[in-house]
Write a protein that binds this ligand. Sequence first.
Ligand code: SME
Length: 159
Amino acid sequence: MRASGNRLTREQARELLVKLDSAMAGSRGRASREAMVKFLNTAVSTYSWVGIYAVEGKDLVLDAWAGPAATEHTRIPIGRGVCGFAAKAGRTEIVSDVSKDPRYLQCFMSTRSEIVVPVANQGVVIGEIDIDGDQLDAFSSLDREFLEAVAKKASNVWT
Ligand code: SME
């Protein structure tokens, strides 16, 4: 199923969570994250680039990604960029227009909006899901809810 055109609907989000389980096929660790990014990038048309970063010391290190191009930001200090901010704060960040956010670190010319969702284990941030959208304001509170549920799944099979 593909969320065509615009933003995700509640019904689509519910179905996507079920399909994500099949896509992950009982995998764990890095393989589970590879499956997740591929699934999210393919199944949701507004998720133009999908990455999962892992916390390594004081940095976020890119662990798995799916999208049209590689990013140069494969290591981001916690506290830098929208990614580093979300990891430090331990909460989801939605940027509806990246051109208006001074924290934003550019990866792709096409990106107009971004969502970053921390992955936590017992309250400690161990990684995050970072999604770039090619449309302005691509992410709603429903994407937040959906991706926070995805982040819990990622945490459950992180190692
Ligand atoms: N835009 C992010 C950097 C990562 S790229 O989007 C892949 C940020 O501002 O932290």
